[in-house]
Design a protein around this ligand. Structure first.
Ligand code: TZD
Ligand code: CA
Length: 525
């Protein structure tokens, strides 16, 4: 019998973890690993590493499991790093495997050697390693997968010299594929009782929920807790996922990213309970105090760093799904139910179309089985408030604000959920950072509807420029981009619309299509 190679055991470990989809963009260093890929694996080719990581990010978030990425050496890693900022803040479990040059030649810096490879992706990965011997490669792969998947989850990085793959695997590597790592940390009885007592004693508590509530599939517990407390629910600023059904009468909307508006929204509450989010991830800087006078903050997060860096609040680091379940069961039912907030007004542009009108039409057609990806930086804070989302796990937004996530992540989510429809609403500026994902969508025939919310400008920057008195800054507009031609060039059928009626018709046709479709929706700024 021939002995298993390092490559054989690595594929076995990946298979054991259900990681049979490889997102990648290849180079010479990766070929020895990719050659003869087993039949039960599929390779999803992306044309740029930002798109590769964005797709894997969407896929990992939609499957809830670690996703595998193959990158080319230092240059492929460098191209991936913008997308890695989103994966990092989304707590997205990605295992990035970068090909290294032949082990004995890296010191002389031959072409495509990656110098100090393990340092390169820091601080965007929680674990980074280049094994010191081929005998340690398979173990390092298993180690990386368990690191990525353990709380706080996140991307990890491994650099492997390509001559290692053909080496014989140590016999004990056979133990690796069947390893498991479980985390059982939970609130003990006393901790839970103290939190329940705090909530019960509050006069007017308010819940602020973040993406990890959704990532933990804990929406039903969040609903039960809100109802029993009679508490309104806000979504934390710039959420990368939607933690609460937006049609629920207790849903109030998404907190703004500036201190003053945020504080105003929480006025009147003596206790703010933040769960599964940083407290808070502000964006637009404003002078002012963080909290309404006399208000206390309880913060539950599963990310120790989120707890440590917050400027206020009493934090408990614990898995938030189990904590929410315990709290929902523990608190007294006050018997109060809230009435829904009024529907927001829709701005119209006679003869043309506004972004709000696009969201209105998405809302009309919203249904279970549709997952949304939002990368429109002027409609971002409106999306959850205007588009009905009743199901968990149906919304994604770039977690770090790094653009280029939208188009690739939508393709990744589509690959994870082939029976669903993914609707990606992406700004004309944002689309260009991940445009090559259209090619992968066409090749894989994903059921993805790409809506380009096209106002011809970097709208969010114009908004910032107005606040910062910088409207004469260069580089704020992006005219002259033909998205119909770009999409068609990549193999995705596309049309251009300029009115709500035309958009509705194009959208209905796109929802009924069996492959990807792009709609270039011209909107006024
Ligand atoms: N580059 C990257 C990778 N990420 C970024 N966030 C930016 C640049 C800066 N940026 C923003 O933060 S918003 C924005 C840019 C360029 C404008 C995006 O324009 P858009 O959307 O057309 O996608 P709106 O709706 O017109 O704002
Ligand atoms: Ca724009």
């Amino acid at each position: 019998m021939t002995r298993a190679t390092v490559r054989d055991t690595t594929y076995e470990i990946l298979r054991a973890h259900g990681m049979t989809t490889v997102f990648g963009n290849p180079g010479s260093n990766e070929l020895p690993f990719l050659a003869g890929m087993p039949d039960d694996f599929r390779y999803v080719l992306g044309l740029h590493e930002g798109a590769v990581v964005g797709m894997a990010d969407g896929y990992a978030q939609a499957t809830g499991r670690p996703a595998f990425v193959s990158l080319h050496a230092a240059s492929g890693t460098g191209n991936a790093m913008g997308a890695l900022t989103n994966a990092h803040y989304a707590h997205s479990p990605l295992v990035l495997l970068a090909g290294q040059q032949v082990r004995s030649t890296v010191g002389q810096e031959v072409m495509l050697s990656s110098v100090d490879a393990a340092l390169l992706p820091r601080p965007l990965v929680k674990h980074s390693h280049e094994p010191l011997s081929p005998d340690d490669v398979s173990r390092s792969v298993a180690h990386a997968i368990h690191e990525a998947g353990s709380s706080p989850r996140g991307p990890v990085y491994l650099s492997v010299p390509y001559d290692d793959w053909s080496q014989p695997a140590p016999a004990d590597d056979a133990l690796l594929a069947s390893r498991s790592v479980r985390h059982a940390a939970a609130l003990d009885g006393g901790q839970l009782a103290a939190l329940v007592a705090d909530l019960d004693a509050a006069r007017a508590p308010v819940l602020v929920l973040g993406p990890d509530v959704d990532a933990e599939r804990a929406q039903p517990h969040a609903v039960a807790l809100a109802e029993r407390l009679g508490a309104p629910v806000w979504v934390a600023p710039s959420p990368s996922r939607c933690p609460f059904p937006t049609t629920h009468p207790h849903f109030r909307g998404q907190l703004q990213t500036g201190k003053n508006a945020l504080r105003g929204a929480l006025e009147g509450h003596d206790l703010i309970v933040v769960i599964g989010a940083p407290a808070f991830r502000y964006h637009r800087y404003e002078e002012g105090s963080y909290l309404p006078e006399g208000t206390r903050v309880l913060h539950l997060t599963q990310d120790p760093s989120e707890a440590a860096r917050a400027p206020f609040g009493s934090a408990t680091v614990t898995p938030v799904g189990a904590a929410l379940a315990g709290l929902a069961e523990g608190v007294a039912d006050r018997g109060e139910r809230l009435t829904p907030r009024p529907a927001p007004a829709v701005r119209r542009a006679p003869g043309g179309m506004t972004g709000e009108e696009i969201l209105e039409i998405l809302d009309e057609r919203s249904a279970p089985g549709i997952t949304y990806v939002n990368e429109t930086t002027t409609l971002d804070t409106m999306f959850l408030e205007r588009v009905a989302m009743t199901e968990p796990d149906s919304y994604h937004f770039p977690a770090s604000g790094g653009l280029g996530f939208g188009l690739p992540a939508a393709v990744g989510v589509s690959l994870a959920r082939p029976d669903d429809t993914v609707v990606a609403v992406v700004g004309d500026g944002s689309a260009n950072y991940g445009i090559t994902a259209l090619w992968t969508a066409a090749q894989q025939r994903t059921r993805t509807v790409f809506v380009i919310a096209n106002n011809g400008t970097y709208g969010a920057l114009r908004g910032f420029a107005a606040v910062l008195d910088a409207l004469d800054a260069p580089g704020l507009d992006v005219p002259g981009i033909d998205f119909v031609a770009l999409a068609t060039g990549y193999g995705v059928p596309a049309s251009r619309v300029t009115t709500p009626d035309a958009f509705r018709a194009a959208y209905d046709a796109a929802l009924a299509a069996d492959g990807p479709v792009l709609i270039d929706a011209r909107i006024v700024f």
